[in-house]
Structures are given as structure tokens and as C-alpha cells.
Design a protein around this ligand. Structure first.
Ligand code: SF4
Ligand code: SF4
Length: 353
């Protein structure tokens, strides 16, 4: 088992520290279970079956912008909003993880990142490789996620204290999680085509969404610059085999750098897993080398402690009653639940998804 977890079995080209895959798989399974429970809960609300089954609060993890707004509002008001408190807790946990272990959220936690890796692996199995856009195209495309992140974060920061507070308690935000679910279940032709392009494209281009388009990943990348964790190469032990370059899904030039400082590094440690020299490459915090098991334990420990701590402190569940949810969800397609930014009073307000 330990041999398998350490990636010491299997073809060299496919080796990775499987402890990461186990952690990723665990988070992905949790998200699937949350999704199933969420669909059940929405179905009961639509049918008016009171009392509703338990609402899976963790689904608020898919509302990162609402979470970010909640964090700013927390600073303004001194108390956490009662509409989507878990969204704020989860965003803050992701930022804390970025400050500790760079973009480890992307490679150890995020279900989209996991799906993206699986699709890329499917592509390698099917056609033997993933394709890389030309450098002249790759560089500007990578800028798209940064522009999206600046737009969303800038829009949130531009909101005044009153506007932010009004948005968080607006009818739209109160059911933002349900609207987000409906967005995926009621995809129109355009939405289906976009999804299809992203899924099929991710088979051939590794990390199509994460590398070029994900503003959340860009935000975590910005915080990762403040992290003390970094991949360090010992040039004296390195035998210049180049395996680390080939393994890096962020396509970083690991073999020619002594330290990886890029905001694209996700602390996946795939480069470390393939390195034939045990003393040539490692993830370091200061002088300490971080073992993959310790990395996985830190990721899971942080989220578990954050979840338990938030529950104990009363910062997890919202205060919306079952009766209110039933009434709102049954009328969710009415104009009342349009995005406030579309109605005029806060035209700069971003979507909370
Ligand atoms: S440098 Fe290493 S740890 Fe960072 S993204 Fe590339 S393979 Fe992963
Ligand atoms: S895989 Fe290890 S030995 Fe090979 S180039 Fe990278 S750091 Fe050097």
C-alpha cells in the first residue's frame, strides 16, 4: 500500500505520489455526494415537501465570489453574513492553503482540477500525448484568467459597504446556490457547446480550463506568491534527465531552475515523484522538506479543522428557513431573482458564482 501511495509502482511516465490522487479522489467524491444531496433537497423544495431534507451546506464551496464578498463584508461589518457563511469559510480556507502550500488547492482539493487531470490522462492514453499551444498563443491565453480574476475581484472591491451588504441579503444571493445548480441543469445550446468544447479540449490540452480561464486559480496563484513553500532543485544532485520538466502539468522549467516561484506551480509534486534522485528535488518550506504524506495531511487537516471550527463557532449554517427556501425556489424563475446587476441598482455587481 505504501509503495503504491508513494508511486513507486507503475510505469515511470505515469508515476506520481498517489497520496495526492487519494486526497483528490476523496474531495471529488465528497462533491459528488454533496451534489446528489443538493439535487434531492432542491427537488423537495420544488415539491413543497416540508420539512426539507438536510441542505448540504458544503455546496456553497461552488460560490467563490459570494464567499469573497462575504469575506470583505466580514471586515466591513465585523460579523459574518448569515446567507452563505460557508462560502466565505471555504474561500478563506483555500486562501489559507495558498499561503501555506501555494496553489495546492488546485492539485489536491479542486474537483474541477481532478476532472481536468483525468481528461488529460484520457487524452494521453488515446493519442499518446497532450498537445501544447504555441508559445505565442499560450502566453496571452494564460493572461485571460488573470484578467477575469482582476475583473471579479475589482468589482467586489469597488462595491461600497452598503452595496455589498444589500447584495448579500438580496433575493438573488439568497438562492445563488440553487441558481448555480440550475445553470448547469438548464444549459441551453450555447452552454452545451461551450461545455463540450471545454471537456473535449481538456482531453487534448492538459488543464485547458485551469491554465487559461479559471479566475479562482489565478486568485490563489496571487496569494501563493506570499507562500514560503517552493519546489527546490539541488543542482549538485541533479543529473539533468529532464523528467521533472515532462511531468510538470504547469509546464514549468523545473530542470533548469533552482527554485520554482511561479504562480502556476500547484505543489502537485509530480516532478518530485518522477525524479530519479531522492536528494535532487523536493517541496520545501524554509529548510524543511515536505513529504507528500505530510502535504496531504496538511491539506485534509486544514479543511477538516476549518469545517469543524466553523460548525462549532456557528459560522457554517445559514439562517434561511425551510419555508422561505420553498417559497423562493418555487418562484425562482420570476424577475425577483434576476441578478441585481441586471436590474440597475448595482450594475457593476459580479455574478456570485
Ligand atoms: S513544478 Fe512540480 S510541483 Fe510545481 S506544478 Fe510543476 S510538477 Fe507540480
Ligand atoms: S528529474 Fe530530478 S534529476 Fe532529473 S532533471 Fe529534474 S531534478 Fe534533475
Amino acid at each position: 500500500m505504501l509503495v503504491w501511495l508513494a508511486g513507486r509502482s507503475g510505469r515511470k511516465a505515469h508515476r506520481s505520489f498517489r497520496v495526492r490522487q487519494v486526497v483528490q479522489g476523496g474531495f471529488a467524491l465528497t462533491c459528488v455526494l454533496l451534489g446528489v444531496q443538493f439535487a434531492r433537497w432542491v427537488g423537495s423544495a420544488r415539491a413543497g415537501d416540508l420539512p426539507l431534507p438536510s441542505r448540504p451546506t458544503g455546496a456553497e464551496g461552488f460560490l467563490p465570489i459570494s464567499g469573497l464578498m462575504g469575506a470583505l463584508d466580514w471586515i466591513y461589518q465585523g460579523s459574518l453574513n448569515v446567507i452563505h457563511p460557508a462560502a466565505t469559510v471555504l474561500v478563506l480556507l483555500a486562501i489559507a492553503l495558498a499561503l501555506l502550500l501555494r496553489k495546492a488547492f488546485c492539485s489536491w482539493v479542486c474537483p474541477i482540477g481532478y476532472l481536468s487531470e483525468l481528461l488529460a490522462r484520457l487524452g494521453r492514453t488515446a493519442v499518446g500525448r497532450n498537445f501544447r499551444p504555441w508559445k505565442w498563443l499560450d502566453i496571452p491565453l494564460r493572461g485571460v484568467k488573470w484578467l477575469l480574476m482582476i475583473f471579479f475581484v475589482g468589482s467586489v472591491l469597488a462595491m461600497g459597504r452598503e452595496e455589498l451588504s444589500a447584495f448579500l441579503s438580496s433575493p438573488y444571493n439568497r438562492v445563488a446556490d440553487v441558481k448555480m445548480g440550475l445553470f448547469f441543469t438548464d444549459l441551453g445550446t450555447v452552454g452545451l457547446v461551450v461545455m463540450g468544447v471545454l471537456v473535449v479540449g481538456s482531453v487534448f490540452i492538459q488543464g485547458l480550463w485551469c491554465r487559461y480561464l479559471c479566475p479562482y486559480g489565478a486568485l490563489l496563484g496571487a496569494f501563493s506568491w506570499a507562500s514560503p513553500a517552493r519546489i527546490c532543485r539541488n543542482p549538485e544532485a541533479c543529473v539533468s534527465c529532464g523528467l521533472c520538466d515532462k511531468a510538470c502539468m504547469a509546464r514549468l522549467p523545473v530542470a533548469s531552475k533552482d527554485t520554482i516561484l511561479s504562480a502556476e506551480c500547484t505543489s502537485c509534486m509530480d516532478c518530485v515523484a518522477v525524479c530519479p534522485r531522492s536528494d535532487a528535488l523536493g517541496l520545501h518550506i524554509g529548510r524543511r522538506r515536505v513529504a507528500p504524506l505530510a502535504c496531504g495531511a496538511a491539506v485534509m487537516g486544514l479543511f477538516l479543522a476549518g469545517y469543524v471550527g466553523a460548525r462549532v463557532a456557528g459560522l457554517w449554517e445559514n439562517t434561511i428557513s425551510d419555508a422561505e427556501y420553498v417559497e423562493r425556489i418555487q418562484n425562482i424563475r420570476s424577475n425577483e431573482y434576476g441578478h441585481p446587476g441586471m436590474e440597475g441598482p448595482s450594475a457593476s455587481t459580479p455574478s456570485t458564482r
